[in-house]
Design a protein around this ligand. Structure first.
Ligand SMILES: Nc1ncnc2c1ncn2[C@@H]1O[C@H](COP(=O)(O)OP(=O)(O)OP(=O)(O)O)[C@@H](O)[C@H]1O
Ligand SMILES: [Mg+2]
Length: 269
């Protein structure tokens, strides 16, 4: 398990809606995800000082599908953080799933600019996560609501990125189909830890699919270990399935939902 006390601090700031003392300039990481929009704010030293998470339906499979809704939502989140911090937030980095088309990347940037930020950098999601973990060699996989993305590093350089549309949403669909409930109910059931083993047996084919995708990515870029982040990895038995399918050791992040957003903020220049 990958643990990092800095991510615990960010998590605490988000949950308590508090701010930490900071050294200017502040830098933001905006993660427009399929399931969640996250803004992480770090200070000059890269210390987390505030953060906010909102559920989102504005992005699907790496494409902004509700442009106006995305801007409105992000504007509100920005204003809320500015009030907490007592200062304006200007500079932001944002992330795109690796391998998306240039014109779709522009959609992400327009949303972040539309909300009033100046976009100083665009990174891909697993590369942002790799910044936090600080690995120089190996692979980082980000499995979010919509996609399974990978970034492979060698001697500190990103040598390969790729992305396929399978994520937590597909697990939710499997649960909805099995129990004959709607997506919102299935999403709730999926995250309810008291029925995890029942739920896991229903979503395991999706985990196998994700693992097979990663195995395919790794064919030309073999590695001994893979760091896995993103909300869809949050099942207890996830590693076991992943290790079995890929034959590679999976190191899961404890604060799986925050690694990428924090990494995006660290990449804000
Ligand atoms: N405790 C949990 N158990 C299982 N799944 C979870 C849990 N918490 C969150 N998830 C799932 O994780 C996904 C959200 O993860 P994350 O925030 O990393 O995605 P995202 O960044 O919004 O999506 P993407 O990167 O694919 O655009 C959702 O599908 C959600 O249902
Ligand atoms: Mg994500």
């Amino acid at each position: 398990m990958y643990k990092n006390s800095i991510l615990d601090e960010l998590d605490e700031l988000i949950k308590s809606e508090k701010t930490a003392e900071y050294k200017l300039p502040l830098r933001c990481g905006v993660d427009l995800g399929t399931a969640n929009i996250v803004i992480a704010v770090v200070d000059a030293d890269g210390k987390p000082v505030a953060g906010i998470v909102n559920e989102s339906k504005v992005v699907k499979d790496g494409i902004v599908v509700d442009y106006v809704g995305a801007i409105q939502n992000l504007k509100k989140m920005k204003a809320e953080l500015e009030e907490r911090l007592g200062t304006e937030l200007i500079n932001a980095a944002t992330a795109i799933p690796p391998g998306i088309l240039v014109k779709n990347a522009k959609g992400f940037v327009s949303v972040v600019e539309g909300a009033g930020f100046e976009v100083t950098n665009i990174v891909d999601e697993p590369t942002a996560a790799a910044t936090v973990i600080g690995i120089k060699d190996g692979a980082v996989v980000d499995i979010g609501g919509g996609t399974t993305g990978i970034s492979v590093l060698k001697n500190g350089e990103v040598i390969f990125t790729a992305d396929e549309p399978t994520g937590g949403t597909h697990m939710t669909l499997a649960v909805a189909g099995y129990y004959g409930v709607d997506k919102a109910e299935a999403e709730k059931m999926k995250k309810d830890r008291s029925h995890q083993s029942d739920i896991y047996s229903i979503v395991v084919p999706v985990v196998e699919k994700m693992s097979t995708i990663v195995k395919g990515f790794l064919k030309d870029h073999p590695t001994d270990t893979v760091y896995v982040v993103g909300g869809a990895s949050l099942f207890d038995d996830f590693e076991e399935t992943f290790n079995k399918v890929t034959g590679v050791e999976c190191i899961k992040a404890e604060k799986a939902l925050l690694v990428t957003p924090y990494g995006i903020a660290l990449n804000c220049k």
